[in-house]
Ligand binder design. Structure first.
Ligand SMILES: [Zn+2]
Length: 273
């Protein structure tokens, strides 16, 4: 069995990320993950900022690994400009032994993110996007809990990344929680409802985005009505027409009742003559 994260690009869709797929990402990994990811481990690559022109100086390293540790070394990588690179759908060697009481096993059920840099100079783009990338994964993978989005140093005392995150990891997780796709009301719903809303919205748009010509025929002239309009417009007008018609019918009924009363009076008068 096992799980290949072939849906990573889908998980990142709709957030406005600059997503790059590293060739072969679909089959890259030390086999599949054991199960659907339960956590996310946040790292830095420990290489200093160089330039925006080369956003992924360690792209090759995280893909193939080092002499002592074969790649992939992460599932996703974040560049200096906040770009997101999909490195591996399979298990990556990133977390190492650890636990700190966090209820996931490590590499086999977590997503590893390597952010370019050594933690001394986070770029504004990285500050903006790192929590959002985690938010995308949190929203997409049902088993990932907010509390299981952790820094490597939280996972194990052997590591210090990413302990220079501004405000610390509680601030990081607050940013994850606050991050949205830009559709706040939609993001407040659970994933299934979101999908349903998106699907229905598409259907409604297509259904109402239709222009048509009235089929009504003028009984006097025998000519077809010239009215032409959008289906949505027609429904709104029909609603107004129906309301007006109900009011007219009520007036007609009142008038008929009055006429009947007058007629009955006349009949009675005729009888007495
Ligand atoms: Zn690390």
């Amino acid at each position: 069995m096992g799980v290949w994260l072939r849906d990573l690009p889908a998980a990142l869709t709709g957030w406005g990320f600059d997503v790059r797929l590293v060739e072969g990402w679909q089959t890259r990994g030390h086999g599949p993950l054991l199960r659907s990811p339960r956590g996310v481990v946040d790292h830095w690559t420990a290489t200093p900022f160089t330039s925006y022109a080369k956003p992924f100086p360690t792209a090759e390293l995280v893909k193939v690994g080092r002499s002592d540790l074969p790649g992939p070394l992460c599932n996703l990588q974040i560049g200096f400009g906040g770009q997101v690179s999909v490195v591996a759908a399979g298990l990556a060697y990133h977390a190492g032994p650890g636990n700190r009481g966090v209820p996931f096993t490590g590499n086999s059920d977590s997503i590893g993110i390597e952010c370019e840099g050594d933690g001394r100079a986070w770029t504004p783009e990285q500050i903006a996007q790192y929590p959002r990338v985690c938010a995308a994964l949190w929203h997409w993978y049902a088993d990932v809990k907010l509390s299981n989005i952790v820094a490597h140093y939280e996972w194990t005392t052997r590591k210090i990344d990413i302990n220079t995150w501004p405000g610390g990891m509680s601030s990081f997780r607050q940013a994850v929680q606050a991050a949205t796709k830009g559709e706040d009301w939609l993001m407040a719903l659970d994933q299934k409802t979101q999908d349903l809303v998106a699907e229905s919205a598409g259907t409604i748009d297509r259904t109402f985005d239709v222009k048509f010509r009235s089929q009504a025929v003028d009984p006097e002239t025998g000519k077809q009505s010239e009215w032409e309009g959008w289906l949505s417009e027609f429904i709104v007008n029909t609603n107004a027409d129906a309301f007006q018609t109900r009011q007219d019918v009520a007036k007609l009924l009142a008038a008929t009742t009055e006429t009947n009363r007058l007629l009955a009076q006349l009949v009675e008068q005729g009888k007495t003559k």
